[in-house]
Write a protein that binds this ligand. Sequence first.
Ligand code: SF4
Length: 444
Amino acid sequence: MNSAAMMPLALPHPSAPPGETRLLADWYTTGRPATLNDHLTRYGPPPVAAALGSRTSVPLVEAVEAAGLTGRGGAGFPTARKLRAVAERRGRAVVVVNAMESEPASCKDQFLSTVAPHLVLDGAVLAAAAVGADTVHICLPRDRATQHRQLSAALDERRRARLDPVRLRLQALPHPYVSSESTSLVRWLNGGPARPQGSPPRTHERGVHRRPTLVNNAETLAHLALIARYGPDWYRQAGTPDEPGTTLVTLSGAVAATGVLEAALGTSITTLLDRAGEPTEPLQAVLLGGFAGTWLPRAHLHTPLARRDLAPLGAAPGAGVLIALPRAACGLSETAQILAYLAAHSARQCGPCHLGLPAVAEDFTALAAGRADPGLLPRLRRRTGLLPDRGACRHPDGAARLAASALRAFADDVDHHLTHGPCPAAHQPPRIPIPPATPPETWR
Ligand code: SF4
């Protein structure tokens, strides 16, 4: 879904309750990407002066804190804490916009930065004002020429309008899966390979050119741009008290319409599927969060899309990805394919990715093929359990979460595969499009 050629679609608007369409409001009004004029007509210029803070108080950070904004890149980290950690450092800071979106099943950031580029850029400029930065780097995959052209045109519009008090730079990075990890961006901007680097130093202390660096996801910054204008109370009118606001979700799989939708946090998974025109086949499960996400069996589809409700199921919204898996598919085969991709797309720097993850992927392929091996399941469980918390980044942790959730969600299939061999669906082509599992050609 996340291919450069395919322009992601927004799902039909009418199905969303009023107040739940914020980032995509202009898109639904005009049906075309917003120019700077459209943007300024709807929102006015970014309130940079109001964002400017002092060493003791930074109004924008306090507003973001009161709003309860969390990151939309996958980890859900409180945005105000990130802003404050950089703002409190000495020296000129740097802001990095993470629009890499290496998650193959996600295209929300690509869509947002195409249809509402100035919301993302406003957010970056406001964040820069709040943390005392003079430079913003907007990081995109170099294999997305269309997106580059569109964002470059948006930057030209702003330059001609002399809108921004900071330098905005578009950066074209290599696009392996783990190159969207925040330390990979900083490492590449410092002239190194776009691979994760362990810490210390932490990016908010010494990041780009050894300066305090703020890395934020494109969608997070767009929300920040609206909070700066409308305030925390407005932001909290959508979502739940614990998880306020709206979020962008990429829906795919066995649904009538695939694409990006905006919904209030706390909306149930079933409602999200219905907004995608309902499932096209009876479902057995959904993959939530992306390739490094969690399988949720059909019995849990009433669960709200909120961290608090998903955590007991070992799940999280992740990068806002929802893939509907039909009953006619084989969840074990789909999982084996995804694990093979994740194993091939690690940075191969740490033990868990050198040995552990490829071994888990191999075991899962054997399970999907129904290879008779009494030691297979205990070995797979043991190896999966050894992956988390041992790498320089969370890549193996995500793979372990996916594998463990598949063993739970498809437990009946596990027994069947090990006792009677693969189910008929295991011989069918996979339902989830998976990019080639070939190791990245370059990291620079
Ligand atoms: S954990 Fe894996 S993906 Fe992450 S840095 Fe280490 S080798 Fe790379």
